[in-house]
Design a protein around this ligand. Sequence first.
Ligand code: BGC
Length: 374
Amino acid sequence: MKAVAVFPGSQQVKIIEQEVPRLFEPDQVLMRMLDVGICGTDKEICSFEYGTPPAGDDHLVIGHESLAEIVQAGPAVARFQAGDLVVPSVRRPCPHRGCLACRSGHQDYCYTGDFRERGIKEAHGYMTEYVVDRERYLNLVPPDLREIAVLAEPLTIAEKALAQIFWMMQHRPPWLDPQAPHQERGRGLSALVLGIGPVGLLGAMTLATAGFTTYVYSRELPPSPRIDLVTAIGATYVSSQTVTFPDLAAQMGNIDLVYEAVGHSHFALQALQVLGTNGIFVLTGVPGLQAFVEADPARLMRDMVLKNQVLLGTVNAGPDAFASALRDLDAFRRRWPEVVRTLIAGRNPPEQAPDLILGRPTGIKSVIAFDAPA
Ligand code: BGC
């Protein structure tokens, strides 16, 4: 079977042939991979800036955003059967007994850093025809979400952040109603999303669904299908090429939440300076090497203290975030059917993966499908 692999030693990205894997533990399933999404992390891995092959291998099969169909379930598998659709999670626990996070199934909070991530760090990924994994790492997908469930993994980033934000908002400013239904929780609050890539757009959809007055700020200028999408979900798009951060802040009023999805340190630092009173700043982008910038840490520190601000970094996600992501994908589909149809830019055969990963992004989310016509 085919797989898309990166060889860091010889600096190559290519299609390889490998054996179809087999079940070797009773709690495992064999899956046929239907859709595998491409993201910024794949680009970094294929530029040899990030990612590590499994110990003893010279290559890493990439791919971590996926949707699969169960082909065979081991005898101890209770939740799934052949034909079920699933989205596998990415991170696998570290082996250390003392890591309370990993030992309690919360490897997204791993203390040791010795976790593995499928398609990213020391474990082969999903950009191949068949994959074996344990039941506990899989999330059941309703058949209605077949066309868009590959977006669940990138959406978990926003879901994990939002779960923490809501918890903090309901425990910090006590005048917010902790019993408010999901779609009311952000009512009266403003959110600023930095970045108009898939993570930013999915974040904006999540925040708009939760009732925040949502702005998206990025370099892009109209005309652009991504800007049209922002408008279609009832959010406001502002380009950093025409409006500065201070002017944006004046337009928005108190900025209650910043959701950073760019991975650009200078941009993030500028945004931190306009975060409002009691504001929460969420960082999700992982920056590569970037030029040093001047900052005024005393001013940042003074603002953070005097305005009760929170700076929150968040990575990866656990089963709750996957469940919320699948719930929200369904909500997006019902609320914005036209928008949701445009989220997947196209399904492409694996031979096109290197060009799609390393080229300029086209559309919103490019997907590799092993049954797409070559
Ligand atoms: C993935 C996460 C992963 C992170 C860091 C992201 O692209 O979506 O699952 O934890 O990269 O490797």
